[in-house]
Design a protein around this ligand. Structure first.
Ligand code: BEZ
Length: 210
């Protein structure tokens, strides 16, 4: 069954390029980006895994860890890792699950039979430190993901978990936010003494210094 936002991310034990992963234990107190890719030794996937390796410091700044998956065996993952380093200039530096028995793919509904009945699609899950699913996106096999967007959503989730704000269209860290409609003007004055720009009573833009 498909996972919904707010669901607990299923736990699992599976082999990976960094040894056996007991998922919840491995995640610890971190945010997790769990993503599937269709197949080893394929061009789009090669570029994605190089990019996620390059972005590792950005994930770390956000207390987040990446973990990839495909239904290919561990020996293939290990052989392919050399190609990723050679062609992308970044060595694989996060675990890649070898889900040949489809244990994790089935738990997370990563195989969409009408697209392809054996390979995983490009699923992305952001999972918070309480192990709740906070974002799901599914991309087609032929489209490489934009991991800057995944970082952007992570920034938004981490901000809006701590402040009574939401983030508007095309927001990036540092841009103005929206005061949540549930907060009265009286409450907003306490939280945002710097004031806000009220475009409509329900659309109040605020600058945060974070
Ligand atoms: C790729 O990663 O290049 C790819 C994988 C499956 C289908 C199409 C492209």
């Amino acid at each position: 069954m498909a996972l919904h936002l707010g669901d607990t991310a299923p736990d699992f034990t599976q082999e990976s390029t960094e040894g056996t992963i007991h998922f919840h234990e491995w995640a610890g107190d971190n945010w997790v980006i769990l993503f599937s890719h269709p197949k080893d030794f394929t061009p789009v996937c090669t570029t994605e895994l190089g990019e996620v390796s390059r972005l590792k410091p950005e994930f770390e700044k956000r207390n987040a860890k990446a973990i990839g998956l495909s239904v290919d065996p561990l020996e293939d993952h290990k052989a392919w890792a050399g190609d990723i380093q050679e062609t992308q200039g970044h060595a694989l530096n996060f675990p890649l699950l070898a889900d040949a028995d489809r244990k994790v793919s089935d738990l997370y509904d990563m195989i969409h039979p009408n697209a392809n009945d054996t390979l995983t699609v490009r699923s992305v899950f952001i999972i918070d430190p309480d192990k709740k699913v906070r974002l799901t996106i599914t991309y087609p096999a032929s489209t490489g993901r934009n991991f800057a967007e995944i970082l952007r959503v992570l920034d938004s989730l981490q901000l809006t978990d701590n402040e009574k704000v939401a983030t508007p269209v095309n927001w990036n860290k540092g841009d103005d936010c929206i005061i949540v409609p549930a907060l009265s003007n009286e409450e907003a004055k306490q939280r945002f003494p710097q004031g806000w720009d009220e475009k409509k009573p329900y659309l109040r833009m605020v600058k945060l210094d974070k």
